[in-house]
Design a protein around this ligand. Sequence first.
Ligand SMILES: Nc1ncnc2c1ncn2[C@@H]1O[C@H](COP(=O)(O)OP(=O)(O)O)[C@@H](O)[C@H]1O
Ligand SMILES: [Mg+2]
Length: 314
Amino acid sequence: MQPIDDGTVPMTNDDPVLEITDLSKTYGRRGVRAVSNVSLSVRAGEVYGFLGANGAGKSTTIRMLLGLITPSSGSIRLFGQDLKYGQPSRRLGSLVDGGAFYPFLSGRRNLDVLARTQGLGPERIDDLLVQVGLEGAGKRKVKGYSTGMRQRLGVAAALLNDPDLVILDEPANGLDVAGIQEMRQLIRSLAEVHGKTVFLSSHLLNEVQQVCDRIAIIDRGVLIREDTVEGILKTEQRFHLVATPLEAARAALAETWPCEIEGEALQVRAETADAPEILRRLVAANIDIFSFAPHQRTLEEAFLAITGTETAHA
Ligand SMILES: Nc1ncnc2c1ncn2[C@@H]1O[C@H](COP(=O)(O)OP(=O)(O)O)[C@@H](O)[C@H]1O
Ligand SMILES: [Mg+2]
């Protein structure tokens, strides 16, 4: 961990790096309640995903974390200290809106300008270009960069001050499949190789599932789940049952678990730990079981089940 020169207190590994409590934001006097009583905490060294559909309140939350807008209520603690509006923490680095660069300057020169505005020297720029995979492109003008290259330059810009916590708002936005994969590797390396804590937002379920240790799901300003990716997938497991008579199987289970007949099979919504009990019930009801298999859900399915289909596609 970097020497602490901004008065924040030294922390143990178990203290949250970021702690949000009952955070709300209403735009304007009678405006939209964009964020509503959100509480979450991010631990040192983890990649934390903030997942929600467009308009869910992710950028509003991030703007509050960065001290760019004031919360209507609630508190934000960063590195054990209350965040003050207009005084961004020096231990934070961020990428919002893909980063803003001078198109006619090279990537390297852009970083140089940004470093100066932060009172930093150019010493780290070469290493950062390597770290984000732009070592061969540093001398080229940014106007010739692909979206993926610009986003990676944005990550390099977020790292200029060697922050402990990196906040990335939709880092995969506008990237193609290859670009998304590169961004994923870059984000994992920030945590695994460089010991950073990463907080990223996304509306891309796949991305969050593959890159994050824990996630929070926000829906219309309200935080509806905070858990590990496995935790979210594990609860409300679905089982696919092929048995006869199917209607009798449904009758034997429906009292305890939500069941639906789909084609030749019965879909049973239950937790993984319920599997033995489900099978015992079926056997007791004299039902012939041909197959019984857990259906591995993607985070997308879990997300849709949690938020409801309409909002996830909004
Ligand atoms: N500056 C603003 N003034 C008024 N309403 C806003 C402003 N910024 C965002 N909103 C509204 O707040 C809600 C959340 O937006 P935002 O935080 O940008 O969501 P996300 O980043 O998850 O897409 C949306 O309804 C949006 O229209
Ligand atoms: Mg946004």
